[in-house]
Design a protein around this ligand. Structure first.
Ligand SMILES: O=C(O)c1ccccc1N[C@@H]1O[C@H](COP(=O)(O)O)[C@@H](O)[C@H]1O
Length: 234
């Protein structure tokens, strides 16, 4: 987070080398919340699960202080709705726990023609077929997906390939796990910092290109205005 991450993930999936128990999850969530607050950034503390029943997973998220639930595995739109229902009905815990969101993760192998909002998710995450494996996949296959922001790209990303992936796929955001580890399950602060730097630089470049491409033609007859004003409306 000190490197500028917008979200931090806590994995609850016992076969994973990243699985965190309840105590570890509470500590990570508390530390993350404090750091986001210190940096005055909205907290996205994400509980990452694989095939845990959606309602139980939503309660787990609330219990550890995560405000986002990221569902990997076999979930239907009813599951997403059931998780959201738990979030909506659970007592409010304060602004630092808001907003609560459900992110639905899938792959093009499982849903080749996925459309944003198919499952009623707040954010769609498109991943490789085996989550957390670090395997890369062919981003060209995204041509058949109908994606509307916000959506996240994941699967085999690392500091070396993230800029190209952002340029090619133009996601709203990216998610990484294996690619920022020194060994399986052990995060590397240097790799995280390098990844975030490269991702944010690529994203800024993409946005600058977008604004340049959409800027109005200069009109010689238009009244002059100062630069501050122009920037505010770009
Ligand atoms: O990281 C895990 O072990 C994990 C376990 C269960 C579900 C999801 C998991 N990770 C998520 O998988 C993607 C891609 O990870 P990678 O960068 O390819 O290793 C990402 O969304 C992780 O949060």
């Amino acid at each position: 987070m000190r490197s500028g991450a917008d979200a931090v993930g806590i994995v609850h999936y016992e076969p994973s080398p990243r699985h965190a128990d309840h105590e570890q999850s509470l500590r990570v969530a508390d530390a993350a919340r404090e750091t986001f607050a210190e940096h005055q950034r909205p907290a996205h503390i994400v509980l990452v699960v694989f095939d845990t029943p959606a309602v139980a997973a939503a309660w787990d998220a609330i219990e550890i202080g995560a405000n986002v639930l990221q569902l990997h595995g076999n979930y239907s739109s009813e599951d997403v709705a059931a998780a959201r229902d738990v979030f909506d009905k659970a007592p409010e815990l304060g602004a630092e726990y808001a907003p609560r969101q459900v992110w639905w993760a899938t792959s093009l192998k499982h849903h080749p023609e996925v459309t944003s909002g198919d499952s009623g998710e707040d954010v769609l995450l498109i991943d490789t077929a085996v989550p957390g494996s670090g395997s890369t996949w062919d981003l060209a296959a995204l041509e058949n997906a109908r994606l509307v922001e916000p959506w996240l790209l994941a699967g085999g990303l690392n500091a070396q390939n993230v800029a190209q992936a952002i340029t090619d796929a133009q996601p709203w955001g990216v998610d990484v796990s294996s690619g920022v580890e020194s060994e399986r399950g052990i995060k590397s602060m240097n790799k995280i910092a390098e990844f975030i730097h490269n991702a944010k630089t690529a994203h800024a470049r993409l946005n600058a290109g977008f604004h340049a491409a959409h800027a109005p033609e200069h009109d010689a007859d238009a009244p002059e205005h100062d630069d501050d004003d122009a920037e505010g409306r770009s």
